[in-house]
Write a protein that binds this ligand. Sequence first.
Ligand code: ADP
Length: 191
Amino acid sequence: MPALPAPGAGFVLWFTGLSGAGKTTIANIVEPELERRGFVVDHLDGDIVRTHLSKGLGFSKEDRDTNIARIGWVSSRLARAGAAVIVSAISPYEELRRHARGLVEQHAPFVEIHVATPLEECARRDPKGLYAAAFAGEIDEFTGVSAPYEEPRDPELRLETTGLTPPESAAIVIERLEELNVLPSRVEAES
Ligand code: ADP
């Protein structure tokens, strides 16, 4: 059982899914909405974290685990201090996501969003040109192609983005946060 959130704690909104699923795009829309609602927001994006906190780490299982363990620890500290923390990172391994959840839930709610866009759609979008390279065998250990992605078993939300626009996807996330009472509903917030 997660502990009750500490008074003044924020929360962690953890987006997991394949590369190109839409994690960063959706997070970038949700972020200003959380700010509008009065939160200090920190966005730990996998690609950016790898240029700072996890600079030098690669994509072996061990390095990915280290990267996610760091993000989990930092996000738990920030949420404890009151921030709404958005994580957007492939985070392919269930065990490490569970570990992050355990750290966060000592202080604050942990909301796991599986951005469940199918591999075919991610490869069709290929926003960074990485799938073309991975299918051509030019990238080792590419999640979904030559490295595993373990689907979350029990996420707070599984979001299929095919056929949706990014703002529609972000609206579903906000709605779920309201349902979970992590965010007050708009009606309550306005009254
Ligand atoms: P990730 O962070 O998961 O690697 P990105 O957000 O970088 O993925 O890329 C997702 C791509 O998919 C972007 O080019 C985005 O415009 C596109 N896209 C199309 N439909 C959606 C949607 N409903 N939600 C999120 N992204 C979408």
